[in-house]
Write a protein that binds this ligand. Structure first.
Ligand code: HEM
Length: 429
């Protein structure tokens, strides 16, 4: 097999493993760096399609038109952090993003940040805990929050004129129970990987690089069932036992991703074109209360059957819900206050949900589990997507009896970087 463009395109269209690359390039040895040949740029161009990691040993390309970790098929774990910027110099910020870009590109290839052991009189460049581990489909996604632009009425970095209208604090929703310790942030990093140690290592090293420029504000880990535990790769279940993630925009459809996920030219400032808005909510789920609720009530709460995941009144998970269907009593089969009816609305507002469960030990205030959903969703226009959906849910979603929104933040996830460039280039330059 030769490295002709057709083969490379075909390779990039598929999931690409390190082994595939070595085979395709006709190289058996180790140490081949993605991007050292023309191959890297082909992969980068196709990043938007980096959708289907199947094994733990694959590399999701870091460079590309879009950041990875958005339309990428969800990995087993997330390590999410929100940061406060402590420097007041804009040059420091662009330097930080340059350093983060280089380090991220290395880590997503399963490599250390700098030398593992070089000078015995200095701390090693890399913290070391991912040595020998596979890339584990690591993706690292960066975002900027509204407070990076203006905080306490201060134009902190001369970026005020670049703040998109959509990048403002979310409105207060009915029933919000937000706590300062889980809310807001100037910057965010979402590290997703099939191995938690790999994800943690990435965040840890990025925070270390940020020393003197930015500090941790809040952090949250999340998990899904692992792919190994679910050979059939069904839709993962949330901590209420229901399949979660059935209805989402099709990330392989260019039309849908451009309509619902990626910021388009003319939407706002040019620097964010090919970026996406991330809304994150830390939602506690009262699992003890849920576990005392009968099955019919549980299914009416979501508007779907627990076992199959099918919409009420239908048979299979991916059947279309029939919101007009009525029982003999005249009541709707999918209740008017059910989660799917309200979140679906008229079907025009769609968000890319990429949520992970979390379990953080005990809620010291109540003695119950502090467990729930780290709800992460991506979209092109929050005012037309997350906000109206959440307004409907907050008013009358039956699920509200069993959940509490304790954390919240919004970020603009930057467009991707080409090799030689850096994440944030369009904003800081
Ligand atoms: C702990 C909180 C939540 C849980 C447990 C939860 C769970 C679910 C489940 C089980 C489904 C049905 C299966 C599926 O399509 O994935 C669903 C659908 C959906 N949820 Fe949630 N959800 C939560 C919060 C939210 C929030 C905060 C939003 C947005 C504001 C949201 C938006 C949606 C949307 C858009 C759908 C698809 C609706 C459709 O069928 O078109 N969810 N959710």
């Amino acid at each position: 097999m030769t490295n002709n463009p057709t083969n490379l395109e075909a390779l990039a269209e598929k999931k690409v493993s390190r082994r595939d690359i070595l085979k395709t390039a006709g190289i058996g040895g180790v140490g081949v760096i993605l991007g050292a040949s023309g191959l890297g740029s082909v992969l980068s161009l196709k990043e938007s399609k980096a959708s289907g990691p199947e094994s733990n040993h694959e590399i999701v390309p870091f460079y590309g038109e879009y950041q990875s970790g958005i339309t990428t098929k969800p990995q087993n774990h997330v390590y999410f952090v929100s940061l406060d910027v402590t420097t007041s110099k804009r040059e420091d910020l662009s330097k930080l993003f340059k350093d983060w870009t280089k380090a991220s590109a290395l880590m997503t290839e399963g490599k250390a940040v700098g030398k593992l052991s070089s000078n015995e009189f200095l701390p090693p460049d890399d913290t070391g805990e991912a040595a020998g581990l596979s890339p584990s489909n690591l993706t690292i996604t960066f975002g900027v929050g509204p407070s990076l632009f203006v905080k306490d009425n201060q134009d902190r970095f001369g970026l005020k004129h670049k703040q998109p209208k959509e990048l403002v604090d979310l409105p207060a929703f009915p029933l919000d129970a937000l706590e300062e310790e889980w809310t807001g942030g100037d910057l965010c990093i979402q590290a997703c990987a099939d191995d938690l140690q790999v994800a943690f290592h990435a965040v840890r090293n990025l925070i270390r690089i940020a020393r003197g420029k930015a500090t941790l504000r809040w952090a949250q880990t999340g998990f899904q069932r692992s792919k190994e535990a679910d050979p059939k790769k069904e839709t993962p279940r949330n901590l209420f036992g229901f399949k979660d993630g059935t209805v989402n925009p099709d990330v392989d459809s260019e039309k849908q991703v451009n309509e619902h996920i990626w910021v388009q030219p003319g939407d706002g400032p040019d620097w964010l074109v090919n970026g996406s808005y991330l809304v994150v909510r830390r939602i506690q789920m009262f699992i003890e209360v849920w576990d005392r609720t009968n099955l019919r009530e549980q299914e009416n709460t979501f508007g779907r059957y627990r076992d199959s995941g099918a919409p009420l009144g239908q048979k299979n998970e991916f059947d279309k819900p029939d919101f007009n269907q009525k029982k003999e009593t005249g009541e709707e089969v999918i209740p008017v206050d059910s989660h799917v009816r309200l979140s679906h609305g008229d079907g025009t507002q769609q968000i890319l949900r990429r949520a992970y469960s979390y379990a953080d030990g005990m809620d010291l205030k109540t003695g119950s589990f502090d467990a729930g959903l780290l709800f992460l969703c991506f979209q092109r226009t929050p005012s037309k997507q997350f906000i109206p959906i959440q307004n409907r849910l907050a008013k009358m979603d039956k699920l509200n009896e069993y959940t509490s929104h304790r954390g919240s933040a919004i970020f603009a996830c930057l467009p991707g970087a080409k090799q030689g460039g850096f994440i944030g280039e369009t904003l800081f330059n």
